[in-house]
Design a binder for this molecule. Structure first.
Ligand SMILES: NC(=O)C1=CN([C@@H]2O[C@H](COP(=O)(O)OP(=O)(O)OC[C@H]3O[C@@H](n4cnc5c(N)ncnc54)[C@H](O)[C@@H]3O)[C@@H](O)[C@H]2O)[C@@H](O)CC1
Ligand SMILES: Nc1ncnc2c1ncn2[C@@H]1O[C@H](COP(=O)(O)OP(=O)(O)O)[C@@H](O)[C@H]1O
Ligand SMILES: [K+]
Length: 500
């Protein structure tokens, strides 16, 4: 992964926002057909890179403007000397707007999309549906997609793979499995969210003349998670810094047989730069924790009262609660103590599951202190069980956002496509992870990284986004055989790249 540190944050636009950006560009003087020609031109260029001379290209065009792009691509590839078959879903007379104009330039025959000779193609161009998909595919649309996939030939998708929902990344019945996708002006959520990301192949963003100002005015709150989003807020120790300037993170440990999670989080907090880190341990686990901690400090902590007592020390400015704490009322009471103490807080695992059916106790609970919740899907469902307004949206971004608004916390909804959502409407989608992160204890490490960043003064949305990215980058740099213990040790290498 190449770090592009000076880049502005990369905006991701939803279908409606993209439509608005198209309309604003047209109003500003770029005719719609010109945008379509540029879009088709970019796809034709990508196609040409994948083709040898006089190759056989099969273009499948849909009934909307995505199909219009397909007509432009077909026309350009014929001019370049390729043998092109074009098929349409529906008939040419029913095309409208710019797609109808683009179709006029096409001088070849128009076949039925579902009957195209896909198996004979050197390259298939998928221009069936883009951002305008409105329902699940059936009938001839479904047949065309199934035949395209069954051919085993390489597929280049126009804007997004047909059948994928642009905003959610969900498969609408069936979807094209593309080798490569050329999209326009900005990536759409489906290029980053699963399963759309997997269907998109390599994604390239073509500049079709829509300015970054227009894009920002049309969207502006959804980002691809990358250093450009938070690097300016990543803590760097000053020449004069001492450890107390770099924050003090407290991680609460589980009982005698459940202490590993806290130590994983604590070590990660130390590695990310928290000046001091303390594990708060139940009395019966002090021995086992003491035997395995060195730079991390240790204190006895007997339940919620013990935590309240420890937090009288105002230098303890960030907390991790949840990993291996146990699912019970005592854990809920500790969350209440922590929220009341108004320190930076990361809640994970049992601290979330302990509120199963009791999410209303967390309603607006975190408005007063920087708080990050880090549920995986299962924890999220348990936590918001009985809150269909939060659980039901098909978009992972929307679910995370609603949970953030409900609780007042930044929500990190984990997975291969982790979404970080702030109550203020900002959200980021992470994409630099690796499936090797799916191993016991990596979530505990993530908590420690985020808390350690907040301990150093990083605001919660940026700390969560940076933490998720650094964690994923560390995991990806190791790859096969990764275990949670490796992660904290890989953090310095990632930090070195970011801070140098
Ligand atoms: N000026 C613009 O707005 C530009 C638009 N562009 C292209 O336009 C696309 C968006 O165009 P549209 O909004 O027309 O949307 P689409 O072309 O993605 O699809 C809409 C069409 O498909 C039909 N449809 C939707 N779901 C269906 C289903 N399940 N089964 C059968 N038919 C279905 C709709 O009735 C409509 O005719 C973008 O993805 C992009 O490729 C580009 O040309 C760039 C410029
Ligand atoms: N397929 C995947 N690709 C990328 N990241 C993944 C994948 N599967 C899991 N992860 C990441 O691994 C971590 C697992 O956390 P979690 O489920 O809480 O595990 P644990 O409770 O064992 O610590 C999360 O950061 C998650 O985003
Ligand atoms: K498409």
């Amino acid at each position: 992964m190449i770090l592009r540190l000076e880049m502005p944050p990369e905006l991701v636009l939803r279908s409606q926002e993209m439509k608005q950006a198209d309309a604003a560009s047209i109003a500003a003087g770029i005719p719609g057909i010109e945008l379509m020609r540029r879009a088709g031109g970019a796809v034709a260029k990508a196609a040409a890179e994948m083709l040898t001379k006089e190759a056989k290209v099969v273009v499948a065009a849909g009934p909307g403007q995505n199909g219009g792009d397909g007509f432009v691509v077909a026309t350009l590839l014929v001019r370049q000397g390729h043998r092109v078959s074009l098929g349409l879903l529906g008939n040419v007379e029913r095309l409208s707007g710019d797609a109808a104009l683009a179709a006029k330039d096409w001088k070849g025959p128009v076949e039925a999309a579902e009957d195209l000779p896909f198996p004979e193609a050197d390259l298939i161009v998928d221009a069936l549906f883009g951002t305008g998909i409105a329902r699940d595919l059936y009938g001839s649309a479904r047949a065309a997609v199934e035949r395209m996939n069954a051919s085993g030939r390489p597929i280049l998708a126009v804007d997004l793979p047909s059948g994928i929902d642009g905003d959610t990344g969900r498969v609408r019945g069936v979807a094209v499995r593309a080798m490569r996708t050329v999209t326009f002006a900005a990536r759409k959520p489906c290029h980053l969210l699963m399963p759309g990301r997997a269907f998109s192949g390599d994604v390239e963003v073509a500049d079709i003349g829509i300015t970054s100002k227009t894009l920002a005015a049309s969207g502006g709150k959804l980002f691809a998670n990358a250093p450009s989003l938070w690097l300016d807020k990543l803590p760097r120790p000053e020449l004069s810094s001492h450890k107390y300037d770099r924050g003090h993170t407290l991680v609460v440990s589980g009982g005698a047989t459940r202490t590993g999670a806290a130590r994983l989080a604590a070590r990660a907090a130390l590695r990310i730069g928290s000046g001091l880190v303390t594990v708060a341990s139940p009395p019966e686990a002090l021995g086992v924790n003491a035997a395995q901690l060195t730079a991390v400090m240790l204190r006895g902590c007997d339940g919620p009262e013990g935590l309240h007592h420890i937090l009288q020390d105002v230098r303890l400015n960030a907390l991790v609660l949840g990993p291996a704490l146990g699912v019970h009322s005592g854990t809920r009471a500790m969350v209440a103590v922590a929220a009341h103490a108004r320190r930076s807080l990361v809640l994970d695992a049992d601290a979330l599951t302990s509120f199963e059916d009791l999410a209303s106790e967390l309603h607006q609970a975190f408005h007063y202190a920087p708080t990050v919740l880090t549920p995986h899907d299962g924890e999220f469902k348990r936590l918001f069980n009985g809150h269909p307004d939060i659980l039901d949206p098909e978009s992972k971004i929307e679910r995370a956002h609603r949970a953030a608004v409900y609780t007042g916390a930044v929500v990190v909804l984990k997975g291969p496509d982790t979404v970080i959502a702030s109550p203020d409407g900002r959200a980021a989608i992470n994409e630099n992870g690796t499936p090797y992160l799916g191993t016991a204890g990596t979530g505990d490490t993530l908590c420690g990284i985020i808390a350690g960043l907040m301990a150093q003064g990083m605001p919660p949305f940026e700390a969560a986004s940076a933490g998720v990215w650094i964690h994923a980058e560390a995991g990806a740099s190791f790859g096969p055989g990764l275990i949670a213990e490796d992660l904290a040790e890989l953090v310095p290498g990632v930090l070195r790249k970011l801070l140098n």
